[in-house]
Write a protein that binds this ligand. Sequence first.
Ligand code: PLP
Length: 398
Amino acid sequence: MTTTATNPTSSRTLAMNGGTPVSATPVPFMLPGLAEADIEAAVKVLKSGMLRAAKKCEELETRMGQLSGAKHAMTCANGTCALQLAYEPLLQPGDDVLVPAWSYIATVSMIVARGCNPIFVDADPKTGQIDLTDAAGRVTENTKGIAATHMYGCPVDIDGVQSLARSHGLKVIYDAAQAHLATWKGQGIGAFGDAVTYSFYATKNLPTGEGGMVTCNNDALARQIKLLRSHGETEKYLHEQVGYNYRLNDIAGALGCSRLDRLQKETDARRAAAARYGQLLANVKGITPLGVTPGAVSAYHLYTVTFDPKQFRCTRDEFCKALNAEGVPTALHYPRSLPQQPAFARFIDNQRNSFGGWPVAERLASTVFSLPMHHGLSEAHFAVMAEAIDKVAAAYRA
Ligand SMILES: Cc1ncc(COP(=O)(O)O)c(C=O)c1O
């Protein structure tokens, strides 16, 4: 559907229809740039010649362990490896594992890589997090674990997950790739469940380019993860078991430590930006921020809203395109639910028939979009976003 944007409530022509954009310079969607201190930290490692995982990775592990409330923290090559390192000791091939229908693919693809059967669980319509009532309805005697993602940086209902797990003897792995420094009932999230995984990918809240981590409180599990991370090696060229090379390197370790110096401040700024969005969107009928789980404080990796098609004479994608033209970039996290991914087709038919599908996750795929979120959002950026959202919403108002 197109609009000429001559809606009586808006005298302004949309930029995508030839009007003047609210801002010729787009608001940055994210701020991946390095500070001088990060570059110096990386150069110091380069000059030392010690490129493999060493002191800086160890420092990152100690500090992230402390910040997330976990006894053990193990760096690794990326967040996907982190999932693999956590899943392998905790789950067996053939296990049924409850997984979110609404997450990034890695949470589930590594369940499949482990030889387990993913049992997709629908999302909570208010928060987009795993729906624990739906999860409970999908448990059978074959269910051995639950992998829950703290979506967008917001912790799931951890008490609810732990209680479900206790009732059925399930292993619990939390995917915190998007949730560094998020908290649950005042505590860091690093020691809940059996293991917690993180990503340090270039766009994450703590970015090192590529990188990841697993945290846990269990000594034996930590040892197993360290062995798996580095070819099961206990002393030089002595391999106790088969493993991988999933180690990080010290340049990434140094970047992580340097960026960690300001992560709390940046996370606070993200939280302030989320509060500012809340005020801005309170009066925009049909654009609703996803809610935060009661008891959780989000790290706001992303700021994601839902679009109500009944309130507008356009699709979600047309609305986003119009916002983009006004100088407000948007992104889709995600355009498909995981059961809609061709990669998982062989797991789907039976489950769709047995449990009635994943209507919420599928609806989220066609209604969510993410607005700019980072620590550098200023009042000037919010002024642009407020005006652009008002302009586009007025032009398309049903
Ligand atoms: C929820 C979630 N899980 C896992 C990953 C995988 O992390 P990585 O890209 O570091 O492998 C990501 C990264 O995008 C993610 O968002």
